[in-house]
Design a binder for this molecule. Structure first.
Ligand SMILES: Cc1cc2nc3c(=O)[nH]c(=O)nc-3n(C[C@H](O)[C@H](O)[C@H](O)COP(=O)(O)OP(=O)(O)OC[C@H]3O[C@@H](n4cnc5c(N)ncnc54)[C@H](O)[C@@H]3O)c2cc1C
Length: 646
């Protein structure tokens, strides 16, 4: 009787608990500030705007949002894709890959590669590239990695005046809403900015890898702090378990600005010039109607490395010879499409354990409890940025002392089957020869990633038809040094199996060999090279095809104010301007670039207060803050052997 009375009592509260659950979920998912946000309504294009921003992706969303803060200026943002609000699952971090190959992806492929991807279908790599408001920040892996301070200092010393580390750090701080209190207390981080950055790497894999790295004396670090050599759990651009794309972080909150016209499903076909002055953009609506929209001030290209390169070439800005071959009138003879660089990764090395509870997988994440945990608290497996739980930066065995930044990264994914053959375009029989029939489903994968490739490639037009995808040739592994570094990376990772913690977890590596390479013996350097050249994973951080440099640098496409050299009224502000590959990934950097570029265009210094606040720390103590104990680091990719000798 008492029992049934109790359960009656509980039942009375069920409706209110359900309502409360829904309210918590709505708040967690959208945030109060967004519930009342205006949705994008289709509007006809005006004849003219003050600014036209082409490409509403990672950088474009930031740029348009910041420009629209000047209410007396009109801004048109053109985006070929759609408003991502139509697809709520895109916000779930674990589902990142589910949107590759969909309408949210341009679905690019590279041309057949000569030195890498030899085991891929048509020797080609898949290049996902986001399409829709937020661009690639809708489908990327959300890891917040800014790269090394040396990256930016080398931009500046290479002619990009004003882009040194001390110049860009205030913009990282401005854009950031760092949720890790310990990090916020350092000079490197900001809070209250638009881009939420959260600790997400909380899985068992991190505990195992933490102990493993401790055993080999690799320090735990803030990977965006002063010294990158070390490891750290993933920090991701996620807020309350929701992917924090630049659409959510920047654009959504300014959609009510009357001076901002966000036009989706509209593709820019080319920039229109009057002499050497960019005056407008020829656009085409989904459905075919074409129109020229004019700009009173700047036209800013933020169509991404591939999109911007293609658009510049179609507009007559590029290498004269190539444009003539394409029968496109030359407006400016510039090296657009040259200097293409991308990170490149070796095939993942899988560690298998007989013990449960290590792997993060879609099927585990879909369980009732895990789903509810995510819905109510925004935590659990679904909040994992596609298994990427941690990263490490390693000093090479014979790294020259003058190279003070890492050349090799390890990305750690909490799943031994982190990719499928189809996802990376590898021929099935080759893939299965190494990854087929895994001994268990529990474990993780480590990807050795080459950060500063010497191999460079190109992006060229296939034809002058804007509907044709361009010819993307990253020229992976053309330089022998790139292969050597990846071979060293694979050897380093495989040696980790000898650590005590791996023994404790009864971890084992696969005993299989890639069919086509078995003749070179069991993981000999020749075998690893053969494997690396057959399964060659793109780094997905392409840069460099509209390189920023000094105004008189013949290898540069834009000057330090991001103006396209030799013409007026045209700027580029996306990943294509990054002169060479970053020591980190490119999302955080891209947001910083757009923030800084918006200030340049608006002729404002919105980080003056941050600079003043940090003056003492950033400027007067710059040397002290930046000079680090890196030279004292003894750790190198000798790894386990180093440790045993000590
Ligand atoms: C699978 C994947 C995972 C990644 N993971 C990470 C990560 O974990 N961390 C990290 O830091 N970086 C990561 N990156 C890289 C990073 O996300 C990108 O480098 C960055 O988002 C690029 O920003 P962008 O502004 O240059 O281009 P994009 O964000 O790609 O924006 C370009 C926009 O322009 C639009 N566009 C293109 N052409 C036209 C046209 N002609 N007309 C109109 N619109 C056009 C596109 O639709 C798109 O919206 C990843 C990338 C990929 C592909």
């Amino acid at each position: 009787m008492l029992l049934s009375g109790n359960s009656m009592g509980i039942r009375r509260y069920i409706p209110s608990m359900v309502v409360l659950g829904i309210a918590v979920a709505v708040y967690r998912y959208f945030g109060l500030e967004e519930i009342f946000e205006e949705l994008i309504k289709p509007r006809s294009l005006q004849e003219r705007y003050d600014y036209i921003v082409v490409g509403g992706g990672t950088a474009g969303a930031v740029m348009a949002a910041r420009l629209s803060e000047d209410r007396d200026k009109s801004i048109l943002l053109i985006e070929a894709g759609v408003d991502p609000s139509v697809e709520p699952n895109i916000d779930i971090p674990l589902m990142a890959d589910s949107f590759h190959g969909t309408d949210f992806d341009w679905q690019y492929h590279t041309v057949p590669q000569k030195h890498g991807c030899l085991g891929h279908k048509e020797q080609s790599a898949i290049w996902p590239s986001g399409k829709g408001l937020g661009g690639t920040s809708l489908i990327n892996y959300m890891q917040y990695l800014r790269g090394s301070r040396y990256d930016y200092d080398s931009w500046a010393s290479g002619g990009a005046t004003g882009w040194g580390y001390k110049d860009v750090l205030p913009y990282f701080i401005k854009s950031e809403d760092q949720q890790n209190g310990e990090f916020v207390r350092t000079v490197f981080h900001g809070f209250g900015g638009r881009l939420s950055v959260t600790d997400v790497g909380q899985s068992m894999v991190n505990q195992i890898m933490g102990l493993c790295f401790k055993e080999i004396s690799l320090k735990k670090r803030d990977l965006n702090g002063k010294n990158q050599f070390g490891w750290g759990p993933t920090q991701a651009t996620v807020k309350r378990g929701v992917r924090w794309s630049t659409y959510k972080a920047y654009l959504k909150r300014v959609l009510s600005h009357k001076n901002l016209h966000v036009a989706t499903r509209i593709t820019a076909l080319k920039v229109i010039f009057e002499g050497k002055k960019a005056i407008g953009v020829l656009v085409r609506r989904d459905g075919g109607e074409e129109k020229v929209v004019l700009a009173n001030k700047d036209i800013i290209l933020t169509a991404g490395t591939v999109g911007t390169t293609k658009l510049l070439l179609l507009s007559g800005i590029g290498p004269k010879k190539h444009l003539q071959e394409m029968k496109i009138p030359v407006v400016a003879d510039l090296p657009v499409g040259e200097n293409l660089q991308d990170h490149v990764s070796a095939d993942g090395i899988e560690f298998f354990t007989p013990f449960p509870g290590v792997t993060i997988s879609m099927s585990k994440a879909d369980s009732f409890l895990s789903s509810w945990r995510y819905t109510l608290f925004g935590s659990g497996m679904k909040a994992s940025p596609r298994f990427r739980e941690a990263s490490a930066y390693i000093r090479l065995r014979n790294q020259p002392p003058n190279i003070k930044y890492p050349l090799l990264a390890l990305h750690i994914a909490a799943n031994p089957q982190a990719f499928t053959a189809q996802a990376v375009n590898v021929r099935k029989e080759i893939w299965d020869s190494i990854h087929g029939n895994p001994p268990t489903r529990e474990g993780f994968t480590i990807f050795p990633v080459l950060l500063h490739p010497r191999s460079k490639g190109t992006i060229r037009l296939r034809s002058s038809n804007p509907d044709d995808a361009p010819l993307i040739n990253p020229n992976y592994l053309a330089d022998e040094t790139d292969v050597k570094i990846l071979v060293e990376g694979v050897q380093f990772v495989r040696r980790l199996i000898k650590t005590e913690v791996m023994g404790h977890w009864e971890m084992r590596l696969t005993s299989r060999l890639l069919s086509e390479c078995a003749k070179f013996g069991n993981y000999t350097p020749a075998y690893i090279e053969c494997h690396v050249r057959r399964i060659t994973l793109p780094g997905r951080s392409p840069v460099g095809t509209a390189k920023m440099g000094a105004a008189n640098d013949p290898t540069a496409v834009v000057d330090p104010l991001l103006r396209v050299r030799g013409v007026k009224g045209l700027r580029v502000a996306d990943a294509s301007i990054i002169p060479s590959c970053m020591t980190g990934d490119t999302y955080a950097t891209q947001v910083m670039i757009a923030e800084k570029a918006a200030d340049m265009i608006r002729d404002k210094d919105t980080v003056a207060a941050i600079k003043a606040y940090f003056k003492h720390l950033i400027e007067s103590q710059h040397k002290k803050i930046m000079d680090d104990d890196e030279s004292n680091e003894t750790h190198s990719s000798h790894g386990v052997e180093d440790q045993k000798r000590r």
